[in-house]
Design a protein around this ligand. Structure first.
Ligand code: SF4
Length: 346
């Protein structure tokens, strides 16, 4: 009775006004909630339950087809250091084959790079479709070729796309996402939204997101209003800034200004380690996207072991045990992570 109610509240709040979402975030990070032992016990019970029932099945898989990005956003590690790499066909096809054999129905095709910077991206999408899987991706929208997008929409299985658009005015957009051109990107995304009309049954869920920054926060209201009024946009997300496990060094991302919890507050077990695998372009595997810039939380290597073996092997089991037993603060990486990922209520 309580779980369906909590699920309904979570769904309602995540689709509600920015004000209500902001309030929910403040409550979620508050001392009042995080230091409450009933709340802590509830989350620890959920972690024990998921740990007891975790099976061979991998619920979610993301594959980094390319790490390279053509933007140098100020809140991204690409803006501070070279991050370059493309997944080889051999590794990609092997992972997709394994995913299909494991019964995985849906894959993310991007992690920390711009998928359209990969010249083979369409071929990879075709392979995923041939294996009967659907897919999602995150893009900055700057490298679109309408012919490729038409093929992707015609193929079906294009379930979700997030456009990362971190500014509304030309001045702010181009300051936050150099060297991208605001007019070109807004034009590309609007062209894509128009194109979706031609593929009504195959239109992906379209989300437009911006990270809230000092540089853009004054215009986020206008940003949200603009995108919410566009046809074929399903959701506009304003996300909190993060420090990518401390990898982002040139920006002061104070914990209480970010999605992070304040120092000293309870660090909850992290659902990601029971629910997802992220395969980097070179085959290394992590259990969470927060690690995507620093790449320190590596629990396996797809060029040496199978996805299934990595999912059940000792490094991930050990990490799960620490979190389940309320010892996340003793882990050298997870203790430095400011993020308490929300638990979906299953
Ligand atoms: S606590 Fe942070 S670093 Fe550790 S698995 Fe969760 S998101 Fe990743």
């Amino acid at each position: 009775m309580l779980k369906p109610l909590a699920n309904a509240i979570i769904r309602y709040v995540s689709n509600s006004s920015p004000w209500l979402r902001g309030l929910a975030k403040r409550i979620f990070k508050s001392k009042w909630l995080l230091q409450n032992r009933y709340y802590q016990n509830y989350v620890l019970r959920e972690a024990t339950h998921i740990d007891d029932t975790v099976a061979d099945r991998i619920p979610a898989l993301s594959i980094e087809t390319i790490l390279t990005c053509n933007a140098r956003c100020i809140m991204c590690v690409h803006g501070e250091q070279p991050m370059i790499g493309t997944m080889s066909d051999e590794v990609f096809y092997s992972i997709v084959d394994q995913a299909a054999d494991l019964g995985i129905k849906y894959v993310g095709l991007s992690i920390y790079g711009e998928p359209f910077a990969d010249k083979n991206f369409l071929e990879r999408v075709k392979y995923v479709r041939r294996k009967g899987m659907t897919y999602s991706l995150f893009s900055n929208g700057s490298l679109f070729r309408m012919e490729k997008l038409k093929e992707m929409l015609a193929l079906g299985g294009f379930e979700f796309i997030n456009f990362s658009v971190n500014g509304f005015s030309t001045e702010v957009y181009e300051k936050v996402m150099p060297p991208l051109n605001r007019e070109r990107v807004y034009g590309n995304i609007n062209d894509f939204l128009d194109l979706c009309d031609d593929y009504p049954g195959n239109k992906p869920f379209v989300r437009i997101s911006s990270v809230e920054l000092e540089e853009n926060k004054a215009e986020l209201g206008e940003f949200a209003k603009y995108w919410e009024s566009r046809k074929n946009v399903d959701h506009v997300l304003i996300a909190d800034e993060g420090d990518w496990l401390g990898e982002l060094t040139e920006r002061e991302a104070a914990a209480d200004k970010t999605r992070g919890v304040k120092k000293g507050y309870w660090l909850s077990p992290c659902p990601s380690i029971w629910t997802a695998l992220y395969v980097y372009y070179d085959g290394r595997v992590s259990p969470c996207c927060e690690d995507a810039a620093s790449r320190k939380l590596v629990i396996g290597d797809c060029t040496k072991d199978t996805l299934r073996d990595i999912w059940v092997a000792e490094p991930l089991q050990r990490l799960r045990g620490l979190h389940r037993d309320n010892h996340r603060a003793d882990h050298d990486i997870c203790s430095k992570c400011h993020w308490n990922q929300p638990w979906s209520v299953s």
